[in-house]
Design a protein around this ligand. Structure first.
Ligand SMILES: [Zn+2]
Length: 464
């Protein structure tokens, strides 16, 4: 009797939660998972991909020749890696170019001003724009300025974003970038300038998306490097009137066209259901788009390839390299439109678009009945030092926002350490040397484990 109960112990001892997870994956599947994890951790593939993209193509502003080269590069790589299906889907976006940008502080003492035009900004006059600046510490202070009070001035928002592992400083800071020029123009300003959305001490200005509003005059719109922002703050604290000269030359080329590039590993028994691994192929024009988002492109492509190399799952794994994310998630919006009647075919969606530092936590946003699958995946991510966040309220990356709005896809977050991400984000300093190969391998292994298990679980993961 004693002997029998000992034999039965492993099964009987399983808590109900573990039992539910065990029903989703066989021992053999868990062995495949371990093999995929190990294979990805030892592979140079994601490094080779990001090195190739950032070296052979470089920056990838939507609509440029480089953007076209990137589309051809991605299609060729998917084919070379043996993806079962490779195709392009059209994406449209507002086509914008940057040609020249320069600046100076003129008074009280002439000195260079390191700046960059924000995406979508109009040009100054050919010979630039010279005006005194009025400092506001926050966008809310600028919003509170009386109408007409900034006539003939450049409005300047000096908001400093905070540094944190999950990048929580970005959301509050980015509001001044996306709509600051509109608010400034409503108060009568003839230009808008802001401290970069950045945690860096380096003298690089950070670009990024911004927009205008119908019926509000479009004024030149720039960000300055943090050390220059500190300099201006010190001059103003001395009681000086600071006058600046900025010259930016840009062009609005109307509607542009590019492509979401898609590669699929086809599932063996439920090919229509798929795990969506997202990243974006475009980048800003200042650096080579290594962290944002060459790393994500490499991680997602390599992760799917590693799964296919070891074990074909029941469901498909679809890697979508979205177009024109930086200018406003245009590729993702077009994808959701084109696939609106089949978004419930997505069994799990995750985006890698937060640099190349390690994945430190895993979180879901799924129906409660699918949590046993989530916990089983989390268990297999533990050997990679990835913690499980059980709140079940994950937000995906930016390209998943249109999917979240449609509310038909289970969303996952593989949280990356973003402590240093905003030192480089959207600058000339976003280059390959900022990526550490061993961290890229850990990321790739985490995505591979996630993709395989979500695609091969017994039950389909359900959306909330
Ligand atoms: Zn990005």
């Amino acid at each position: 009797m004693k002997f029998v109960s000992l034999l039965a112990l492993p099964l009987l001892a399983l808590a109900p939660i573990q039992q539910a997870a065990a029903e989703q994956f066989t021992t053999e599947q868990l062995q495949h998972t371990a093999q995929i994890r190990q294979h990805a951790q030892n592979s140079e593939l994601s490094w080779q991909l990001v090195e190739s993209l950032t070296t052979e193509v470089g920056p990838r502003l939507p609509g440029t020749e480089n953007d076209k080269k990137a589309v051809a590069w991605a299609k060729a790589q998917f084919e070379r890696l043996g993806f079962d299906k490779v195709w392009l889907e059209k994406a449209h976006f507002p086509h914008w170019r940057r040609y020249h940008e320069s600046g100076h502080i003129l008074t009280p003492s002439k000195q260079p001003l390191h700046l960059t035009a924000l995406g979508n900004s109009v040009s100054t006059a050919k010979d630039g724009l010279t005006a005194p600046i009025v400092l506001f510490e926050t966008l809310a202070e600028l919003q509170a300025a009386p109408a007409g009070s900034l006539a003939g001035k450049i409005a300047y928002v000096n908001y400093r974003m905070n540094r944190d592992i999950d990048g929580n400083g970005y959301g509050p800071a980015v509001k001044a970038r996306s709509s600051g020029a509109v608010v400034a123009a409503q108060k009568g300003a003839i230009g808008y300038m802001m401290r970069s959305v950045s945690t860096s001490h380096h003298r690089f200005a950070h670009t990024g998306g911004s927009h205008y509003k119908e019926g509000v005059s479009k004024i030149p719109n720039v960000a300055i490097a943090n050390p220059d922002a500190d300099q201006i703050a010190r001059l103003i604290a001395l009681g000086e009137q600071v006058t600046v000269h900025i010259n930016i030359q840009t062009e609005d080329l109307g509607q542009g066209e590019s492509y979401n590039v898609i590669g699929e590993i086809t599932g063996h028994s439920k090919p229509d259901e798929y795990v969506l691994l997202a990243s974006h192929l475009d980048s800003w024009d200042l650096g080579t788009g290594a962290l944002d988002d060459g790393a994500g492109v490499a991680i997602t492509m390599a992760a799917a390839k590693h799964v296919a190399a070891m074990k074909r799952p029941q469901r498909s794994i679809r890697v979508v390299l979205f177009a024109a994310e930086e200018l406003g998630l245009w590729g993702a919006k077009d994808y959701v439109k084109a696939h609106s009647d089949e978004l419930d075919h997505i069994v799990a969606a995750a985006e890698s678009d937060f640099g190349a530092d390690v994945v430190y936590a895993f979180e879901s946003n799924v129906h409660a009945q699918s949590l046993p699958i989530v916990r089983a995946i989390a268990e297999q991510l533990k050997p990679l030092d990835v913690a499980y966040i059980g709140a079940n309220s994950a937000r995906g990356g930016p390209d998943l926002i249109p999917f979240e709005r449609a509310q038909s896809s289970p969303i996952f977050a593989l949280h990356q350490d973003g402590t240093d991400y905003f030192d480089y984000h959207h600058t000339a300093d976003d280059t390959l040397d900022k990526i550490e190969p061993h961290k890229l391998k850990q990321n790739t292994a985490a995505y591979a484990v996630f993709a395989y298990m979500a695609a091969d679980a017994k039950d389909k993961i359900q959306a909330k």
